[in-house]
Ligand binder design. Structure first.
Ligand code: SF4
Length: 449
């Protein structure tokens, strides 16, 4: 009997990609994938360990699965994949009897055997060995988008930022063979995918023989049929000049860089082990903007890092105000088991102080995002149509090359079309516009009508 598997994904784009890998591995081994947990024999939660909120969501979901399992008694299997499985290990298995097995990010090839073993009544399983070589080369992710394809170019991270659990959960850096990546992108282009989103925990570190990340991105961008190339995330400490040149000069490289700031105070940056100063970060942002006019910069920031004083938070606030990112993901610090910060620093900023700081920073960012987006009204951008949202009936949504969500009236366009859209108004982070025709193919210059 074919077993139905449902995969539920939490966290970042790398996890989305990993779920596509898992889908491919399982369907290649005779399992069927379902779109809901209701009719599944096996539910796999692909988890995130980066923040406490992600943990809480997964614990909540486990409570629901526990009830389903109790109702069905036998024949309902629960597996936990990803960073939380890797980081909490047996602690997770011991505390949650509804879990049948756990598997870390480098163990997904073992899943068919683990599922079979669990169904046969074997003891709880754990596959948690981190690899220095596993890149899932040869596994073709089972994608569903049809327009945008995540492509992981590397796995792991060697940076060891003091707050971050990723190096512990995903292991050491490994870069994929560029030939395999380019071939994957060629196949995607032939299948009609328009955008390749190159993923790595720190793409600056990508290296395979003589091939660096800019070389790789150029090869992907040169593929006929691929109309846009995005990447995330680079580290501000060593953003390569050749990558900046490529983004500036290649018409298919999107004019958007996500550059994680994390904090705007040098003592805090030092404790975070980010290895750049706020002055260096500002210089890099200025260099990007002067080299690539109109480029969008987005960022991540953490408030309430251990020991962060009011004055140090003020530095972050001022830095965000001065740099004026297009958008930002802002988080409260939460201690992650096993990290340098958890071992050496006390999580001593009171919860209410963290809330106060995040509210201030989010308000500031909303204001900046609103102001930047209002300046785009009247301009025309190429928007890659990615789909429709029920809250905007009759419209398509997509993104500009600067990664701004754009909603426009669907006058006969389809997902995957590159549409010229004149921006009529901006509301918060979203642009609303009118289609003025199909794009000529390559990214056209923005024009003011
Ligand atoms: S660069 Fe730092 S924040 Fe990013 S994944 Fe690596 S350790 Fe984590």
């Amino acid at each position: 009997m074919t077993l139905n598997i449902y995969i539920e994904t939490y966290g970042c784009q790398m996890n989305e990609y990993d779920s596509e890998l898992v889908g491919s591995i399982l369907s290649g081994n005779g399992f069927a994938l379902t779109k809901t947990a209701d009719n599944a024999d096996v539910v796999l939660l692909n988890t995130c360990a980066v923040r406490e909120n992600a943990h809480l969501r997964i614990y909540g979901r486990l409570q629901e699965l526990k009830k389903i399992k109790a109702a069905r008694r036998r024949g309902f299997t629960v597996g936990i994949l990803g960073c939380m499985a890797q980081n909490l290990r047996e602690e997770l298995l011991d505390a949650h009897h509804e879990i049948d097995f756990i598997a870390g990010p480098d163990s997904y090839r073992q899943l068919p055997a683990m599922i079979e073993a669990a169904r046969a009544g074997a003891a709880k399983g754990a596959a948690l060995k981190l690899s220095r070589t596993e890149t899932y080369g040869g596994v073709n992710p089972l994608r569903s988008s049809g327009v945008n394809a995540w492509i992981a170019v590397m796995r792991g991270c060697d940076n060891m930022c003091s707050f971050c659990v990723v190096p512990l959960a995903r292991g050491r850096e490994r870069s994929r063979d560029p030939h395999g990546i380019v071939e994957e992108a060629r196949v995607l282009a032939a299948e009609g995918y328009k955008q390749a989103f190159l993923l790595g925990q720190n793409v600056n570190s990508y290296r395979h023989g003589e091939c660096g990340f800019a070389d790789l991105a150029r090869m992907v961008a040169d593929i006929d049929g691929i109309e846009r190339v995005r990447f995330t995330a680079p580290h501000p400490k060593d953003f390569p000049d050749d990558l900046l040149d490529l983004v500036a000069g290649h018409p298919k490289m999107c004019k958007h860089v996500h550059l994680p700031l994390q904090a705007g105070n040098n003592r805090v940056l030092d404790l975070m082990k980010r290895t750049y100063t706020i002055e260096e970060f500002k210089d890099l942002a200025a260099k990007m903007r002067s080299r690539i006019p109109g480029i969008a910069l987005t960022t991540d920031a953490i408030v309430g890092f251990p020991g962060e004083t009011d004055a140090e938070f003020e530095d972050t606030f001022k830095a965000m105000e001065e740099i004026a990112f297009d958008a930002a993901f802002i988080f409260k610090y939460s201690e992650r088991k096993g990290t340098y910060a958890a071992k050496h620093f006390k999580d001593d900023v009171p919860a209410e102080k963290k809330t106060e700081r995040i509210v201030l920073l989010v308000e500031l960012q909303k204001k900046i995002t609103g102001e930047i987006n209002k300046r785009l009204v009247g301009q025309v951008f190429d928007v890659l149509a990615e789909g429709a949202l029920p809250k905007y009936p009759g419209c398509l949504t997509g993104r500009t090359d600067t990664f701004k969500t754009t909603v426009f009236q669907n006058d006969g366009y389809a997902r995957g079309d590159m549409v010229r859209v004149r921006i009529d108004r901006a509301k918060g982070g979203t642009l609303f516009g009118s289609a003025v025709g199909k794009s000529g193919g390559k990214q056209e210059e923005r024009v003011r009508l």
